[in-house]
Write a protein that binds this ligand. Structure first.
Ligand SMILES: [Zn+2]
Length: 79
């Protein structure tokens, strides 16, 4: 599975988006890919405490704008 497949179910899910992790989500990772997403577009992943930094760093390492907020927070815009 590509990590990009994980985002599809994240909108309604209350579990962590990290592959193989079923832990309860505690964080929203909001991001976009500036090469394919407009500035107003926000993708959201859910993350548990253990995977929050891993997911954020994975996105940041690709130079994607990324923001972390408590799960359930509506992030209007990143980067
Ligand atoms: Zn997790």
């Amino acid at each position: 599975m590509s990590i990009f497949d994980l985002g599809r179910a994240a909108d309604a899910a209350a579990t962590c988006s990290s592959a193989g992790c079923g832990a309860e989500a505690a964080w929203t990772i909001a991001w976009r890919n500036p090469r394919i997403h407009a500035e107003t577009r926000v993708k959201e992943w859910a993350a548990c405490d253990a995977h929050r930094d891993h997911l954020r760093d994975w996105l940041a390492s690709r130079d994607f704008p990324v923001a972390v907020a408590p799960f359930g927070t509506r992030v209007e815009r990143v980067g």
